[in-house]
Design a protein around this ligand. Structure first.
Ligand SMILES: *[C@@H]1O[C@H](CO)[C@@H](O)[C@H](O)[C@H]1NC(C)=O
Ligand SMILES: *[C@@H]1O[C@H](CO)[C@@H](O)[C@H](O)[C@H]1NC(C)=O
Ligand SMILES: *[C@@H]1O[C@H](CO)[C@@H](O)[C@H](O)[C@H]1NC(C)=O
Ligand SMILES: *[C@@H]1O[C@H](CO)[C@@H](O)[C@H](O)[C@H]1NC(C)=O
Length: 494
Protein backbone atom coordinates (compact mmCIF):
# COMPACT_ATOMS: atom_id res chain seq x y z
CA UNK A 1 0.00 0.00 0.00
CA UNK A 2 2.06 2.95 1.12
CA UNK A 3 5.44 1.17 0.93
CA UNK A 4 7.49 3.97 2.30
CA UNK A 5 11.01 3.36 3.29
CA UNK A 6 13.69 3.57 0.68
CA UNK A 7 11.43 2.97 -2.27
CA UNK A 8 13.64 5.04 -4.49
CA UNK A 9 16.91 6.82 -4.28
CA UNK A 10 15.03 10.11 -4.09
CA UNK A 11 13.05 8.63 -1.27
CA UNK A 12 16.15 7.66 0.67
CA UNK A 13 17.31 11.25 0.41
CA UNK A 14 13.98 12.50 1.69
CA UNK A 15 14.12 10.16 4.67
CA UNK A 16 17.66 11.26 5.36
CA UNK A 17 16.58 14.88 5.48
CA UNK A 18 13.74 13.93 7.78
CA UNK A 19 16.09 11.97 9.97
CA UNK A 20 18.24 15.03 10.52
CA UNK A 21 15.21 17.18 11.20
CA UNK A 22 13.71 14.45 13.33
CA UNK A 23 16.81 14.38 15.50
CA UNK A 24 16.49 18.09 16.07
CA UNK A 25 13.03 17.34 17.41
CA UNK A 26 10.80 19.41 15.22
CA UNK A 27 9.95 20.06 11.65
CA UNK A 28 7.55 22.28 9.88
CA UNK A 29 4.98 21.54 7.29
CA UNK A 30 3.46 24.10 5.04
CA UNK A 31 0.16 24.10 3.26
CA UNK A 32 0.06 26.40 0.30
CA UNK A 33 -2.65 28.06 -1.69
CA UNK A 34 -6.15 29.36 -1.21
CA UNK A 35 -4.99 32.03 1.15
CA UNK A 36 -4.89 29.63 4.06
CA UNK A 37 -1.27 29.42 5.04
CA UNK A 38 -0.35 27.10 7.88
CA UNK A 39 3.02 26.15 9.26
CA UNK A 40 2.73 23.18 11.55
CA UNK A 41 5.58 22.79 14.00
CA UNK A 42 5.54 19.22 15.20
CA UNK A 43 7.51 18.09 18.19
CA UNK A 44 8.76 14.52 18.06
CA UNK A 45 8.19 12.51 21.24
CA UNK A 46 8.22 8.92 22.48
CA UNK A 47 5.58 7.12 24.47
CA UNK A 48 6.26 4.15 26.74
CA UNK A 49 3.92 1.59 25.25
CA UNK A 50 2.85 -1.87 26.42
CA UNK A 51 4.46 -4.56 24.27
CA UNK A 52 1.66 -7.09 24.42
CA UNK A 53 -1.82 -5.80 25.21
CA UNK A 54 -3.43 -9.21 25.11
CA UNK A 55 -1.23 -11.48 27.16
CA UNK A 56 -0.12 -10.75 30.70
CA UNK A 57 2.57 -13.42 30.83
CA UNK A 58 4.27 -14.02 27.51
CA UNK A 59 6.00 -10.67 27.26
CA UNK A 60 5.51 -9.76 30.88
CA UNK A 61 5.26 -6.06 31.55
CA UNK A 62 7.59 -5.19 28.72
CA UNK A 63 7.33 -1.84 27.01
CA UNK A 64 8.77 -0.20 23.92
CA UNK A 65 9.19 3.40 22.78
CA UNK A 66 6.51 4.44 20.37
CA UNK A 67 7.12 7.62 18.43
CA UNK A 68 4.53 10.34 17.96
CA UNK A 69 4.45 13.89 16.66
CA UNK A 70 2.43 16.54 18.38
CA UNK A 71 1.57 20.19 17.93
CA UNK A 72 -0.57 22.33 20.22
CA UNK A 73 -0.04 25.54 18.29
CA UNK A 74 -3.70 25.75 17.23
CA UNK A 75 -5.20 24.20 20.31
CA UNK A 76 -7.64 25.88 22.57
CA UNK A 77 -6.11 24.24 25.62
CA UNK A 78 -8.25 21.77 27.51
CA UNK A 79 -11.28 22.50 25.35
CA UNK A 80 -10.46 22.20 21.65
CA UNK A 81 -10.71 18.74 20.05
CA UNK A 82 -7.86 16.30 19.47
CA UNK A 83 -7.14 15.26 15.90
CA UNK A 84 -5.32 11.94 16.06
CA UNK A 85 -3.73 10.37 12.97
CA UNK A 86 -3.62 6.57 13.23
CA UNK A 87 -0.24 5.96 11.62
CA UNK A 88 0.14 3.32 8.96
CA UNK A 89 2.92 1.34 7.34
CA UNK A 90 5.78 3.80 7.30
CA UNK A 91 7.77 6.55 8.95
CA UNK A 92 5.27 8.86 10.68
CA UNK A 93 6.95 12.01 9.36
CA UNK A 94 5.98 10.91 5.83
CA UNK A 95 2.31 11.01 6.78
CA UNK A 96 2.55 14.19 8.81
CA UNK A 97 4.28 15.96 5.93
CA UNK A 98 1.69 14.77 3.41
CA UNK A 99 -1.54 15.33 5.36
CA UNK A 100 -1.70 19.12 5.51
CA UNK A 101 -5.50 19.10 5.56
CA UNK A 102 -5.42 17.87 9.16
CA UNK A 103 -3.37 20.83 10.38
CA UNK A 104 -5.39 23.26 8.25
CA UNK A 105 -8.53 21.91 9.89
CA UNK A 106 -6.87 22.07 13.32
CA UNK A 107 -6.20 25.77 12.73
CA UNK A 108 -9.89 26.30 11.92
CA UNK A 109 -11.25 24.17 14.77
CA UNK A 110 -8.57 24.94 17.40
CA UNK A 111 -7.47 21.34 17.71
CA UNK A 112 -4.48 19.57 19.18
CA UNK A 113 -2.82 17.40 16.50
CA UNK A 114 -1.10 14.07 17.14
CA UNK A 115 0.43 11.76 14.53
CA UNK A 116 1.17 8.37 16.10
CA UNK A 117 3.62 5.95 14.50
CA UNK A 118 2.46 2.37 13.95
CA UNK A 119 4.39 -0.27 15.88
CA UNK A 120 7.11 -2.01 13.80
CA UNK A 121 7.48 0.96 11.42
CA UNK A 122 9.79 3.94 11.32
CA UNK A 123 11.46 4.28 14.69
CA UNK A 124 8.79 2.43 16.66
CA UNK A 125 10.52 -0.93 16.64
CA UNK A 126 9.63 -3.00 19.74
CA UNK A 127 12.82 -5.09 19.50
CA UNK A 128 15.05 -2.69 17.61
CA UNK A 129 16.58 -4.19 14.51
CA UNK A 130 15.61 -7.68 15.70
CA UNK A 131 11.92 -6.84 15.39
CA UNK A 132 11.64 -8.65 12.08
CA UNK A 133 12.67 -12.10 13.27
CA UNK A 134 10.40 -14.90 14.40
CA UNK A 135 8.96 -14.77 17.06
CA UNK A 136 9.61 -11.04 17.71
CA UNK A 137 7.49 -10.12 14.69
CA UNK A 138 4.46 -11.83 16.25
CA UNK A 139 3.40 -8.73 18.17
CA UNK A 140 2.66 -7.01 14.88
CA UNK A 141 -1.10 -7.19 14.51
CA UNK A 142 -3.87 -4.74 13.71
CA UNK A 143 -5.32 -5.38 17.18
CA UNK A 144 -2.08 -4.48 18.98
CA UNK A 145 -1.76 -1.31 16.90
CA UNK A 146 -5.30 -0.21 17.77
CA UNK A 147 -4.68 -0.95 21.45
CA UNK A 148 -1.49 1.18 21.26
CA UNK A 149 -3.53 4.07 19.93
CA UNK A 150 -6.29 3.84 22.51
CA UNK A 151 -3.79 3.60 25.38
CA UNK A 152 -1.87 6.55 23.99
CA UNK A 153 -5.03 8.64 23.56
CA UNK A 154 -6.17 7.85 27.11
CA UNK A 155 -2.84 8.65 28.75
CA UNK A 156 -2.07 11.76 26.73
CA UNK A 157 -5.52 13.16 27.50
CA UNK A 158 -4.73 12.76 31.20
CA UNK A 159 -1.27 14.27 30.88
CA UNK A 160 -2.50 17.21 28.83
CA UNK A 161 -5.52 17.80 31.04
CA UNK A 162 -7.74 17.31 28.04
CA UNK A 163 -10.23 14.79 29.35
CA UNK A 164 -13.11 16.86 27.95
CA UNK A 165 -11.59 17.21 24.49
CA UNK A 166 -13.38 15.16 21.83
CA UNK A 167 -11.09 12.89 19.81
CA UNK A 168 -11.44 12.55 16.04
CA UNK A 169 -9.24 9.99 14.26
CA UNK A 170 -7.85 10.42 10.76
CA UNK A 171 -6.08 8.06 8.42
CA UNK A 172 -5.29 7.42 4.78
CA UNK A 173 -5.15 4.01 3.08
CA UNK A 174 -4.30 1.33 5.70
CA UNK A 175 -4.25 4.25 8.18
CA UNK A 176 -7.84 4.95 7.11
CA UNK A 177 -8.74 1.32 7.81
CA UNK A 178 -7.27 1.76 11.28
CA UNK A 179 -9.32 4.88 11.90
CA UNK A 180 -12.49 3.00 10.91
CA UNK A 181 -11.55 0.18 13.30
CA UNK A 182 -10.81 2.68 16.09
CA UNK A 183 -14.32 4.05 15.85
CA UNK A 184 -15.79 0.52 15.74
CA UNK A 185 -13.79 -0.78 18.69
CA UNK A 186 -13.41 2.29 20.88
CA UNK A 187 -16.45 4.55 20.42
CA UNK A 188 -15.97 5.38 24.11
CA UNK A 189 -12.76 7.23 23.21
CA UNK A 190 -13.20 8.20 19.58
CA UNK A 191 -16.07 10.42 18.43
CA UNK A 192 -15.63 9.96 14.72
CA UNK A 193 -13.28 8.88 11.94
CA UNK A 194 -12.22 10.30 8.61
CA UNK A 195 -11.08 7.29 6.59
CA UNK A 196 -9.55 8.48 3.35
CA UNK A 197 -9.00 5.91 0.59
CA UNK A 198 -9.43 2.99 3.00
CA UNK A 199 -9.93 -0.31 1.16
CA UNK A 200 -11.69 -1.92 4.11
CA UNK A 201 -13.70 -4.35 1.99
CA UNK A 202 -11.11 -5.68 -0.43
CA UNK A 203 -8.49 -6.17 2.30
CA UNK A 204 -11.02 -8.25 4.22
CA UNK A 205 -11.32 -10.54 1.21
CA UNK A 206 -14.61 -8.97 0.10
CA UNK A 207 -13.34 -7.76 -3.22
CA UNK A 208 -12.84 -8.90 -6.75
CA UNK A 209 -9.23 -10.02 -7.35
CA UNK A 210 -9.28 -8.33 -10.77
CA UNK A 211 -10.50 -4.97 -9.49
CA UNK A 212 -7.21 -3.35 -8.54
CA UNK A 213 -5.24 -3.69 -11.78
CA UNK A 214 -8.38 -3.13 -13.85
CA UNK A 215 -8.75 0.25 -12.14
CA UNK A 216 -5.05 1.06 -12.60
CA UNK A 217 -5.55 0.34 -16.31
CA UNK A 218 -8.68 2.52 -16.42
CA UNK A 219 -6.64 5.57 -15.38
CA UNK A 220 -4.31 5.20 -18.36
CA UNK A 221 -7.18 4.34 -20.68
CA UNK A 222 -8.88 7.50 -19.40
CA UNK A 223 -6.10 9.61 -20.94
CA UNK A 224 -6.61 7.79 -24.24
CA UNK A 225 -7.27 4.14 -25.16
CA UNK A 226 -4.13 4.39 -27.33
CA UNK A 227 -2.12 4.65 -24.14
CA UNK A 228 -3.49 1.36 -22.83
CA UNK A 229 -2.86 -0.25 -26.23
CA UNK A 230 0.73 0.99 -26.28
CA UNK A 231 1.38 -0.48 -22.83
CA UNK A 232 -0.17 -3.78 -23.82
CA UNK A 233 1.79 -3.73 -27.08
CA UNK A 234 5.07 -3.13 -25.25
CA UNK A 235 4.44 -6.01 -22.84
CA UNK A 236 3.58 -8.20 -25.83
CA UNK A 237 6.94 -7.40 -27.46
CA UNK A 238 8.71 -8.07 -24.20
CA UNK A 239 6.95 -11.41 -23.86
CA UNK A 240 7.89 -12.38 -27.44
CA UNK A 241 11.53 -11.54 -26.78
CA UNK A 242 11.50 -13.54 -23.57
CA UNK A 243 9.93 -16.53 -25.30
CA UNK A 244 12.77 -16.51 -27.79
CA UNK A 245 15.36 -16.03 -25.05
CA UNK A 246 16.27 -12.61 -26.40
CA UNK A 247 17.83 -11.91 -23.04
CA UNK A 248 20.64 -9.62 -24.13
CA UNK A 249 18.23 -7.57 -26.23
CA UNK A 250 15.95 -7.29 -23.17
CA UNK A 251 18.91 -6.15 -21.11
CA UNK A 252 19.80 -3.39 -23.55
CA UNK A 253 16.18 -2.29 -24.21
CA UNK A 254 15.46 -2.01 -20.49
CA UNK A 255 18.91 -0.80 -19.40
CA UNK A 256 19.12 -3.67 -16.91
CA UNK A 257 22.26 -3.90 -14.80
CA UNK A 258 22.49 -7.64 -15.45
CA UNK A 259 21.00 -9.68 -18.29
CA UNK A 260 17.98 -11.76 -17.30
CA UNK A 261 18.72 -15.47 -17.41
CA UNK A 262 15.47 -17.18 -16.53
CA UNK A 263 11.70 -17.02 -16.58
CA UNK A 264 11.91 -15.93 -12.94
CA UNK A 265 13.90 -12.83 -13.93
CA UNK A 266 11.29 -12.01 -16.56
CA UNK A 267 8.52 -12.32 -13.96
CA UNK A 268 10.50 -9.98 -11.76
CA UNK A 269 10.78 -7.47 -14.62
CA UNK A 270 7.02 -7.72 -15.22
CA UNK A 271 6.42 -7.04 -11.51
CA UNK A 272 8.79 -4.08 -11.45
CA UNK A 273 7.18 -2.52 -14.52
CA UNK A 274 3.63 -3.12 -13.32
CA UNK A 275 4.55 -1.51 -10.00
CA UNK A 276 5.57 1.71 -11.78
CA UNK A 277 2.10 2.00 -13.32
CA UNK A 278 0.50 1.20 -9.96
CA UNK A 279 2.37 4.01 -8.21
CA UNK A 280 1.61 6.55 -10.92
CA UNK A 281 -2.10 5.70 -10.78
CA UNK A 282 -2.19 5.98 -6.98
CA UNK A 283 -0.19 9.18 -6.88
CA UNK A 284 -1.85 10.91 -9.83
CA UNK A 285 -1.97 14.30 -8.13
CA UNK A 286 -2.32 17.54 -10.11
CA UNK A 287 0.99 18.86 -8.78
CA UNK A 288 4.39 17.27 -8.20
CA UNK A 289 4.83 15.42 -4.90
CA UNK A 290 7.51 13.85 -2.74
CA UNK A 291 5.39 11.18 -1.11
CA UNK A 292 6.54 7.59 -1.70
CA UNK A 293 9.23 8.92 -3.99
CA UNK A 294 9.18 11.83 -6.40
CA UNK A 295 6.32 12.21 -8.84
CA UNK A 296 5.78 14.83 -11.51
CA UNK A 297 2.40 16.60 -11.67
CA UNK A 298 -0.21 14.40 -13.37
CA UNK A 299 2.09 11.36 -13.69
CA UNK A 300 -0.48 9.26 -15.59
CA UNK A 301 -0.64 11.89 -18.30
CA UNK A 302 3.16 12.13 -18.36
CA UNK A 303 3.36 8.33 -18.62
CA UNK A 304 0.96 8.27 -21.55
CA UNK A 305 2.89 10.99 -23.36
CA UNK A 306 6.02 8.89 -22.82
CA UNK A 307 4.32 5.68 -23.99
CA UNK A 308 3.17 7.43 -27.18
CA UNK A 309 6.37 9.37 -27.84
CA UNK A 310 7.72 7.30 -30.71
CA UNK A 311 7.46 3.95 -32.43
CA UNK A 312 9.92 2.08 -30.19
CA UNK A 313 7.47 0.69 -27.66
CA UNK A 314 10.09 -1.02 -25.51
CA UNK A 315 12.09 2.21 -25.16
CA UNK A 316 8.87 4.00 -24.28
CA UNK A 317 8.07 1.41 -21.61
CA UNK A 318 11.57 1.73 -20.13
CA UNK A 319 11.29 5.52 -20.03
CA UNK A 320 7.84 5.29 -18.47
CA UNK A 321 9.21 3.07 -15.69
CA UNK A 322 11.97 5.67 -15.37
CA UNK A 323 9.40 8.29 -14.29
CA UNK A 324 9.12 6.26 -11.08
CA UNK A 325 12.50 4.60 -10.64
CA UNK A 326 14.71 7.25 -12.19
CA UNK A 327 13.10 10.45 -10.98
CA UNK A 328 16.50 11.78 -10.01
CA UNK A 329 17.88 11.14 -13.49
CA UNK A 330 20.87 9.52 -11.80
CA UNK A 331 20.04 5.86 -12.34
CA UNK A 332 22.63 4.25 -14.60
CA UNK A 333 20.80 0.93 -14.94
CA UNK A 334 17.74 -0.85 -13.56
CA UNK A 335 18.63 -3.40 -10.89
CA UNK A 336 15.78 -5.91 -11.08
CA UNK A 337 15.95 -7.15 -7.53
CA UNK A 338 16.82 -4.00 -5.62
CA UNK A 339 14.30 -1.59 -7.13
CA UNK A 340 11.35 -3.88 -6.57
CA UNK A 341 10.79 -6.72 -4.12
CA UNK A 342 8.12 -9.31 -4.64
CA UNK A 343 6.08 -9.92 -1.49
CA UNK A 344 2.61 -10.77 -0.21
CA UNK A 345 1.30 -7.44 -1.49
CA UNK A 346 1.13 -7.53 -5.31
CA UNK A 347 0.79 -3.75 -5.30
CA UNK A 348 4.29 -3.59 -3.80
CA UNK A 349 5.82 -3.60 -0.31
CA UNK A 350 8.63 -1.12 -0.90
CA UNK A 351 12.08 -1.77 0.50
CA UNK A 352 13.80 -1.85 3.88
CA UNK A 353 12.43 -2.74 7.32
CA UNK A 354 9.02 -1.16 6.70
CA UNK A 355 8.50 -3.48 3.76
CA UNK A 356 9.19 -6.54 5.91
CA UNK A 357 6.62 -5.45 8.45
CA UNK A 358 4.08 -4.83 5.71
CA UNK A 359 4.83 -8.19 4.12
CA UNK A 360 4.11 -9.85 7.48
CA UNK A 361 0.80 -8.01 7.79
CA UNK A 362 -0.13 -9.05 4.26
CA UNK A 363 0.74 -12.61 5.27
CA UNK A 364 -1.45 -12.63 8.38
CA UNK A 365 -4.54 -10.43 8.58
CA UNK A 366 -4.58 -8.19 5.52
CA UNK A 367 -5.70 -9.80 2.32
CA UNK A 368 -4.21 -8.38 -0.88
CA UNK A 369 -4.81 -11.17 -3.38
CA UNK A 370 -4.97 -9.06 -6.52
CA UNK A 371 -4.07 -10.42 -9.95
CA UNK A 372 -3.43 -9.02 -13.39
CA UNK A 373 -4.50 -11.07 -16.42
CA UNK A 374 -3.99 -9.03 -19.64
CA UNK A 375 -7.74 -9.24 -20.31
CA UNK A 376 -9.46 -7.01 -17.76
CA UNK A 377 -6.22 -5.04 -17.49
CA UNK A 378 -3.21 -4.17 -19.67
CA UNK A 379 -0.56 -6.09 -17.71
CA UNK A 380 1.05 -9.49 -18.20
CA UNK A 381 -0.82 -12.23 -16.35
CA UNK A 382 0.50 -12.41 -12.78
CA UNK A 383 -1.63 -14.43 -10.41
CA UNK A 384 -1.69 -14.19 -6.63
CA UNK A 385 -4.23 -16.65 -5.32
CA UNK A 386 -5.01 -17.59 -1.73
CA UNK A 387 -3.05 -20.79 -2.36
CA UNK A 388 0.00 -18.87 -3.61
CA UNK A 389 -0.28 -16.54 -0.64
CA UNK A 390 -0.30 -19.50 1.75
CA UNK A 391 2.77 -21.06 0.15
CA UNK A 392 4.68 -17.80 0.18
CA UNK A 393 3.73 -16.88 3.73
CA UNK A 394 4.46 -20.23 5.28
CA UNK A 395 7.87 -20.22 3.64
CA UNK A 396 8.72 -16.59 4.41
CA UNK A 397 7.25 -16.17 7.89
CA UNK A 398 6.13 -19.60 9.04
CA UNK A 399 2.51 -18.44 9.12
CA UNK A 400 -0.72 -19.32 7.38
CA UNK A 401 -2.95 -16.35 6.54
CA UNK A 402 -6.43 -16.35 8.10
CA UNK A 403 -8.54 -15.00 5.25
CA UNK A 404 -11.77 -14.82 7.25
CA UNK A 405 -10.42 -13.05 10.30
CA UNK A 406 -10.49 -9.36 9.38
CA UNK A 407 -14.04 -9.71 8.15
CA UNK A 408 -15.21 -11.25 11.43
CA UNK A 409 -13.17 -9.00 13.67
CA UNK A 410 -14.04 -5.67 12.03
CA UNK A 411 -17.58 -6.34 10.80
CA UNK A 412 -16.84 -6.97 7.12
CA UNK A 413 -19.64 -5.59 4.97
CA UNK A 414 -22.06 -5.39 7.92
CA UNK A 415 -21.00 -1.89 8.92
CA UNK A 416 -24.41 -0.30 8.88
CA UNK A 417 -24.81 -0.32 12.67
CA UNK A 418 -21.62 1.70 13.14
CA UNK A 419 -21.73 5.50 13.19
CA UNK A 420 -19.72 8.67 12.60
CA UNK A 421 -17.38 7.54 9.86
CA UNK A 422 -16.55 9.34 6.62
CA UNK A 423 -15.33 7.09 3.81
CA UNK A 424 -13.72 9.34 1.23
CA UNK A 425 -12.39 8.08 -2.08
CA UNK A 426 -11.07 9.61 -5.28
CA UNK A 427 -12.18 8.00 -8.51
CA UNK A 428 -8.63 7.93 -9.93
CA UNK A 429 -7.44 5.80 -7.03
CA UNK A 430 -7.18 2.06 -7.74
CA UNK A 431 -7.88 1.42 -4.04
CA UNK A 432 -11.21 3.26 -4.15
CA UNK A 433 -13.38 0.36 -5.29
CA UNK A 434 -12.05 -1.80 -2.46
CA UNK A 435 -13.71 0.58 -0.02
CA UNK A 436 -17.15 1.96 0.83
CA UNK A 437 -18.47 4.05 -2.08
CA UNK A 438 -22.08 4.61 -0.98
CA UNK A 439 -23.31 6.09 2.28
CA UNK A 440 -24.66 3.43 4.60
CA UNK A 441 -26.61 5.74 6.90
CA UNK A 442 -26.84 9.41 7.81
CA UNK A 443 -23.63 9.12 9.84
CA UNK A 444 -21.73 6.63 7.65
CA UNK A 445 -20.99 8.95 4.83
CA UNK A 446 -19.30 8.13 1.55
CA UNK A 447 -17.69 11.07 -0.21
CA UNK A 448 -16.61 10.66 -3.79
CA UNK A 449 -13.93 12.93 -5.18
CA UNK A 450 -13.99 13.02 -9.00
CA UNK A 451 -10.47 13.51 -10.33
CA UNK A 452 -8.93 12.59 -6.96
CA UNK A 453 -6.06 10.13 -6.47
CA UNK A 454 -5.04 8.26 -3.28
CA UNK A 455 -6.26 10.28 -0.25
CA UNK A 456 -5.91 13.61 -2.05
CA UNK A 457 -8.32 15.13 0.48
CA UNK A 458 -5.84 14.59 3.33
CA UNK A 459 -3.20 16.63 1.56
CA UNK A 460 -2.83 20.34 2.23
CA UNK A 461 -4.71 22.68 -0.07
CA UNK A 462 -2.96 23.60 -3.29
CA UNK A 463 -3.73 26.02 -6.11
CA UNK A 464 -3.95 23.08 -8.53
CA UNK A 465 -6.66 21.30 -6.50
CA UNK A 466 -9.78 20.34 -8.44
CA UNK A 467 -13.07 21.86 -7.21
CA UNK A 468 -14.16 18.37 -6.13
CA UNK A 469 -11.55 18.08 -3.39
CA UNK A 470 -12.13 21.62 -2.15
CA UNK A 471 -15.80 20.73 -1.78
CA UNK A 472 -15.01 17.36 -0.13
CA UNK A 473 -12.77 19.00 2.46
CA UNK A 474 -15.47 21.54 3.25
CA UNK A 475 -18.05 18.77 3.77
CA UNK A 476 -15.59 16.84 5.93
CA UNK A 477 -14.88 19.93 8.03
CA UNK A 478 -18.60 20.54 8.64
CA UNK A 479 -19.28 16.92 9.61
CA UNK A 480 -16.29 16.80 11.94
CA UNK A 481 -17.32 20.07 13.64
CA UNK A 482 -20.73 18.51 14.23
CA UNK A 483 -19.24 15.32 15.73
CA UNK A 484 -17.05 17.40 18.01
CA UNK A 485 -20.05 19.33 19.24
CA UNK A 486 -22.07 16.16 19.90
CA UNK A 487 -19.19 14.52 21.74
CA UNK A 488 -18.60 17.61 23.85
CA UNK A 489 -22.19 17.42 25.04
CA UNK A 490 -21.80 13.72 25.82
CA UNK A 491 -18.51 14.18 27.72
CA UNK A 492 -19.91 17.03 29.78
CA UNK A 493 -22.92 14.99 30.82
CA UNK A 494 -20.87 12.07 32.19
C1 LIG B 1 6.67 -7.59 35.78
O1 LIG B 1 6.61 -6.79 36.96
C2 LIG B 1 6.79 -7.50 38.15
C3 LIG B 1 6.54 -6.55 39.31
O2 LIG B 1 7.31 -5.39 39.19
C4 LIG B 1 8.21 -8.12 38.17
O3 LIG B 1 8.41 -8.86 39.35
C5 LIG B 1 8.33 -9.04 36.94
O4 LIG B 1 9.66 -9.52 36.87
C6 LIG B 1 8.00 -8.29 35.65
N1 LIG B 1 7.98 -9.27 34.54
C7 LIG B 1 8.66 -9.10 33.41
C8 LIG B 1 8.60 -10.20 32.41
O5 LIG B 1 9.29 -8.09 33.16
C1 LIG C 1 19.49 -0.84 12.53
O1 LIG C 1 19.35 -0.86 11.13
C2 LIG C 1 19.46 0.41 10.53
C3 LIG C 1 19.08 0.30 9.07
O2 LIG C 1 19.69 -0.80 8.47
C4 LIG C 1 20.90 0.94 10.75
O3 LIG C 1 21.03 2.20 10.16
C5 LIG C 1 21.13 1.02 12.24
O4 LIG C 1 22.47 1.41 12.46
C6 LIG C 1 20.85 -0.31 12.92
N1 LIG C 1 20.91 -0.10 14.36
C7 LIG C 1 21.60 -0.89 15.17
C8 LIG C 1 21.53 -0.56 16.62
O5 LIG C 1 22.21 -1.86 14.76
C1 LIG D 1 17.87 8.11 -16.05
O1 LIG D 1 17.59 9.42 -16.51
C2 LIG D 1 18.70 10.05 -17.14
C3 LIG D 1 18.28 11.49 -17.42
O2 LIG D 1 17.13 11.51 -18.19
C4 LIG D 1 19.07 9.27 -18.37
O3 LIG D 1 20.18 9.87 -18.99
C5 LIG D 1 19.41 7.84 -17.97
O4 LIG D 1 19.67 7.06 -19.11
C6 LIG D 1 18.25 7.22 -17.21
N1 LIG D 1 18.63 5.90 -16.71
C7 LIG D 1 18.05 4.78 -17.14
C8 LIG D 1 18.54 3.52 -16.53
O5 LIG D 1 17.17 4.75 -17.97
C1 LIG E 1 -1.92 -10.12 -24.05
O1 LIG E 1 -2.98 -10.60 -24.86
C2 LIG E 1 -2.75 -10.40 -26.27
C3 LIG E 1 -4.03 -10.78 -27.00
O2 LIG E 1 -4.42 -12.07 -26.65
C4 LIG E 1 -1.55 -11.24 -26.67
O3 LIG E 1 -1.29 -11.06 -28.04
C5 LIG E 1 -0.34 -10.76 -25.86
O4 LIG E 1 0.79 -11.55 -26.15
C6 LIG E 1 -0.64 -10.85 -24.37
N1 LIG E 1 0.46 -10.23 -23.65
C7 LIG E 1 1.11 -10.81 -22.63
C8 LIG E 1 2.21 -10.06 -22.01
O5 LIG E 1 0.82 -11.92 -22.21
Amino acid sequence: MEKMSGLLSGMVFLLYVQLLLGLSGSHSQSGEGHGLKTEAQFTEKYFSQTLDHFNFNSMGNGTFSQRYLITDQYWEKGHGPIFFYTGNEGDIWEFALNSGFITELAAQQKALVIFAEHRYYGRSLPFGNNSFSIPQISLLTVEQALADYVVMITELKQQLEATLSPVIVFGGSYGGMLSVYMRLKYPNKVAGALAASAPILSTAGLGDPQQFFRDVTADFEGITPKCRDAVRGAFHQLKELAEHQGYSRIQSEFALCKPPTSAKDIQQLYGLLRNAFTLMAMLDYPYSTHFMGNMPANPVKVACETMLSGSDLLANLRNTAGIVYNSTGLLTCFDLYSLYVECADPTGCGLGFDSQAWDYQACTEINLCYESNNVTDMFPPITFTEKERELYCSKRWGVLPRPGWLKAQFWGDALSTASNIIFSNGDLDPWANGGVRKSLSSSLIAINIPGGAHHLDLRGSDDADPESVIKARKTEADIIAHWVQMERTRLQSI
